[in-house]
Design a protein around this ligand. Structure first.
Ligand code: XMP
Length: 521
């Protein structure tokens, strides 16, 4: 039994909005636990009233009269739990309680100014002295008739029922999105809902989480042995450290060097986890095995599959050598869990096959330990600091499982790996030296499979192009290129060309995601 199930929380019922995760994060930023569940999965009789202190109905792309496209159990509205409906959630709340919704004559997208009409605890400090507030809208339908016993709290020129409430029954509806930063005082409105309407207590800090998770792990695994695939990235490092604190020597971490890591990566991982943190670590040097399997492979998906499968095979091989293992620990995060269940029910098209340790080990009949499965990445970072992991580990840029293989389009050769490791090393070092590393979400060097002509010291050269990529992002789902200060690009280009044999040209990738992806393959 995971204790997170018993925590007081806010339940977010998702109708497929692109902002649902943002609602959950905002609430957690206030120190309150929140969970997302699809509207299709939640029924009134599954709701444990003692722990659910409030319900938020998210936005979504649907129309409330498309009855065949969703099924919302309206008995949920009879549970006497405070409800806040946002955008589509506002419309469904109104419709289910007897109001009406229709197509807006004037659709509202983007910034809008709303005017206060009456008082409500939901809007304490939300309006300025002129009784207006700037909000962000994105709707084509609107509530045209309020349910009985509701009153209007705020309006815009085009829609009279922008904020409505029935304070006696604790029902609130807002047509705009308080969770996005464009709604300037959106956080105030959410905070009012949490603490004034739901009267929920703060229970979600990194310190609480650390103790709770350590206890959860102890309870789940008892005296059994656990293995954990360590990559040196933030998530697996935090999982390893949590488990080590919970079960000490009953944890064994396995770190597989596939030969496609950044320069000195394996040394750093061994130094940190084996020497400093004294974690049981098996280091597997599988460079040759990977290289052999990847010979002459240039197709990106084939590269990914070969690496993913071989990783699991090697992992299993070593795991079997440890006796009496019952559990496999993984760094699954909350977004992985929600995305994999596709809350809207729509099939997202496969763009790349990402891999982590989660693939095959079912065959080994190991039970999973996933201590981070309720956390967002920023929460994992805070937890890591609480666990005394260094800032250096916690704030590292993400690095993909298939490593440098997907940063060198075309076939993989030892020579290319060597060149790329060096170029990446100089790039990342320069970012740190210029105080830019932490302003960037992810950065790397890649090696393009084209050679071009250059001239160095009066001699003709014919060498590779190095592509540099540096992006800003919130979660890797979308990204913008990082706009470097003047002079940086020229200096790093000089440094790479002068120091790395095999590169005579450096280019910078200025595409965003979408349309590009962050990695090249
Ligand atoms: P893309 O290229 O899909 O990358 O825009 C988004 C983020 O995911 C990382 N990435 C991976 N991470 N295994 C991982 O653990 C993978 O196979 C993988 N492929 C991409 C990528 O580095 C970026 O942060």
């Amino acid at each position: 039994m995971n204790r997170s199930n018993n925590l007081s929380k806010i339940l977010i019922i998702d109708f497929g909005s692109q902002f649902t995760q943002l609602i959950a994060r905002r609430i957690r930023e206030f120190g309150v636990f929140s969970e997302i569940i699809s509207h299709k999965k939640i029924k009134a009789n599954n709701i444990v009233k003692e722990s659910i202190k409030g319900i938020i109905l998210s936005g979504g792309p649907l129309n409330v009269y498309q009855n065949n496209k969703f099924n919302f159990d309206k008995k949920i509205l009879k549970l006497d739990i405070p409800v806040l409906g946002i955008c589509f959630g506002h419309q469904i709340l109104s419709k289910e309680l007897g109001g009406s919704v229709k197509k807006s004559k004037n659709r509202e997208f983007g910034l809008a100014t709303i005017n206060k009409v009456s008082n409500s605890i939901l809007i304490r400090n939300f309006f300025n002295k002129k009784n207006t507030s700037d909000v962000w809208m994105s709707h084509a339908d609107q509530v045209s008739k309020m349910p009985k016993n509701f009153k209007v709290v705020a309006s815009t020129k085009n829609s009279k029922l922008t904020i409505i409430e029935n304070s006696k029954n604790n029902f609130y509806g807002v047509q705009f999105h308080p969770e996005v930063t464009h709604t300037k005082k959106g956080k105030i409105l959410l905070r009012n809902f949490l603490f004034l309407v739901c009267k929920v207590k703060r229970n979600w800090s990194s310190k609480d989480q650390k103790l709770r998770l350590i206890n959860d792990i102890k309870e789940q695994v008892g005296n059994n042995k656990v293995i954990c695939g360590l990559s040196g990235g933030v998530d697996s490092s935090v999982v390893a450290q949590l488990l080590s604190k919970a079960i000490g020597k009953n944890l064994t971490c396995i770190f597989v060097n596939n030969g496609l890591l950044r320069k000195n990566e394996e040394k750093q991982v061994i130094e940190t986890f084996k020497k400093k943190l004294k974690i049981n670590l098996i280091y597997v040097n599988a460079e040759r095995e990977f290289f052999k399997k990847l010979t002459n492979i240039s197709d990106p998906e084939k590269k990914r599959k070969i690496i993913g499968n071989l990783f699991i095979k090697i992992f299993e091989r070593y795991a079997k050598k440890i006796k009496n293992v019952k559990f496999l620990a993984q760094g699954t995060l909350y977004p992985d869990l929600i995305e994999s269940k596709s809350v809207t029910g729509s099939q997202t098209s496969k763009i790349k096959s990402h891999h982590n340790v989660g693939g095959l080990p079912k065959k080994m009949r190991l039970k999973l330990v996933e201590p981070l499965k309720f956390l967002f990445k920023d929460e994992v970072r805070k937890l890591g600091l609480e666990l005394n992991l260094s800032k250096e580990i916690i704030s590292r840029h993400p690095f993909p499982g298939p490593g440098l293989a997907i940063r060198m389009p075309g076939i993989i050769t030892n020579k290319k790996i060597k060149i790329l490791k060096e170029a990446d090393f100089y790039f990342i070092k320069a970012l740190r030296e210029h105080g830019l590393y932490h302003k960037i979400w992810q950065a790397y060097a890649a090696l393009l499979p084209v050679k071009t002509v250059g001239v160095m010291g009066d001699n003709r050269t014919y060498e590779h192009i190095c592509l540099l990529r540096a992006i800003t992002s919130e979660d890797g789902m979308t990204a913008d290129f990082f706009d470097f200060p003047k002079g940086f690009m020229q200096s790093i280009s000089n440094q790479i060309v002068n120091n790395v044999r095999g590169i005579n040209r450096v280019v910078y990738d200025v595409t965003s995601k979408p349309p590009s992806t962050i990695e090249l393959e």
